[in-house]
Design a protein around this ligand. Structure first.
Ligand code: GAL
Length: 448
């Protein structure tokens, strides 16, 4: 497939905005509506529908994710439990590899796929990242499964478009996460007599951080020092400085990143890091723990952080609060986890059982309540969900949508790894001009 066409489509889908992604009327044609014409002279015949076997196909079902440790694994455990109840003939084989955002898992997965040792199903991100697997012909279409689950009457059309190439849908989305969230500890804010309300923009936020420092809070902002966690913070800053439309345009073919706004975003990112720890937290969980333990006031992280607060028995609204990264209110910086059917896997029927579970309303309810995300399906009522997710569901329906970089919606694995290298270098040398040059070069190379 043509990656260029896909990226253009992705940007268009993002620019169209939340209304369509949220399942309201969109002008896009239904995804999965195969546009292939029947060869002339041949009759179009309905393929016989495969009926899943009651209790499951049987055999091992290897599921590869990076939800391996701590709160990160709780959502997967909820799905595994439901899977064993619904498909007792199948054996769930947990192939998870720890490391936030797939920082370790993706290399292991690439090696397994390369060596013709695919799992039955693996986790990928809707959007540009999924294209890598489609381009490399490592995954199979799942049109029938999506249709059986309710198709575009239950999954937002524009979300399905991020999974669709040439009329074929690749993967079943399990959830939608929000990237641009600040998690804050009200007790720490009190030290500087700050309210729990969101500051209006990055400058106002940093002014509050000055107050926190003056009140003796040494680390107003916690960060993980792994490349991906820094890029995670940076994408929020980029969105805040550029605004939704210009941010989304960064991912349309041929757009240069060599702009004053990108330079301003880098300068704000540099300043923000002066309020942050310089070590002591590598991945996202220790950085969120700094907020939980009162060692920092704020952390910017995706809403999988909810699972970490839950693990530590913290209550949303009292022990912690959350708001969109200052300057990004009204925009949902989006990503979605999606499960694939791996080409050449040993047990495709078992894989289909797994995908049917992941895409079912019950599976999405059980999984997302625990994971901190919201269902990809639009027909799962919010009444069973905790308050944070209720608010995220509302935002996803009403807000503009932008696509996360580091979580594969806007940029593929190669582009992300180059952005990660530039940001990591910046973490060490704090050279703003070099970071801008690295981002521009990465865009020039990959955004075409
Ligand atoms: C994201 C993934 C989330 C969560 C997070 C932290 O890439 O989509 O589900 O797992 O990484 O590891």
């Amino acid at each position: 497939m043509d990656r260029r066409q896909f990226l253009m489509g992705l940007a268009a889908a993002s620019v169209i905005g939340g209304a369509a992604l949220a399942g309201c009327s969109g002008e896009t044609k239904p995804a999965g509506d195969a546009t292939k014409e029947a060869p002339k002279g041949e009759e179009t015949k309905e393929a016989p529908k495969e009926e899943p076997k009651e209790g499951g196909a049987g055999g091992d079902v290897g599921v590869f994710t990076w939800w391996a440790e701590g709160s990160e694994k709780d959502g997967l455990a909820a799905l595994e439990k439901l899977f064993s109840e619904k498909y007792p003939n199948d054996k769930f084989v947990n192939l998870a590899v720890a490391g936030g955002a797939g920082s370790n898992a993706k290399a292991k997965l690439a090696a397994d796929l390369q060596n013709n040792n695919p799992p039955e199903s693996f986790q990928g991100h809707a959007g540009a990242e999924l294209m890598d697997y489609i381009d490399a012909e490592q995954i199979e279409p799942v049109n029938e499964i999506i249709d059986g689950l309710g198709g575009d009457s239950v999954f937002p059309k524009n979300l399905l478009e991020l999974l669709t190439v040439g009329g074929d849908i690749y993967s079943v989305p399990s959830n939608v996460h929000r990237s641009n969230v600040v998690w804050a500890n009200p007790e720490v804010l009190k030290k500087a007599e700050l309210s729990t309300d969101a500051p209006k923009d990055l400058d106002a936020w940093m002014a509050d951080m000055d107050k926190l420092k003056a009140a003796g809070v040494q680390t107003p902002l916690s960060v993980g020092t792994a490349a991906w966690t820094l890029v995670h913070l940076f994408e929020s800053v980029l969105l805040s400085v550029l605004g939704t439309d210009d941010y989304n345009k960064l991912f349309t073919k041929g757009t240069s990143w060599d702009t004053d706004k990108v330079k301003t975003a880098v300068a704000k990112f540099a300043k923000l890091l002066t309020y942050a720890n310089t070590g002591g937290a590598d991945d996202w969980t220790p950085a969120v723990d700094m907020v939980i333990d009162g060692k920092a006031a704020y952390n910017v992280m995706g809403d999988w952080a909810v699972a970490q607060f839950n693990t530590k028995k913290k209550t949303y609204g009292t022990d912690y609060v959350a708001w969109p990264t200052p300057g990004t209110a009204g925009t949902f910086l989006f990503l979605a986890d999606s499960f694939t059917l791996a080409k050449g896997c040993k047990n495709p029927d078992g894989a289909k059982d797994w995908l049917n579970l992941v895409g079912s309303a019950e599976g999405q309810k059980q999984f997302n309540i625990v994971k901190g995300s919201i269902p990809a399906r639009t027909d799962v009522p919010d009444s069973d969900f905790p308050d944070y997710q209720k608010s995220a569901m509302k935002s996803f329906k009403e807000d503009k949508i932008a696509s996360s970089i580091i979580h594969g919606a806007a940029a593929n694995n190669a582009w992300n790894s180059e952005i990660g290298t530039a940001v990591s270098k910046f973490w060490t040398d704090k050279n703003e001009a070099d970071l801008v040059a690295g981002l521009v070069a990465a865009a020039d190379k990959n955004n075409k």
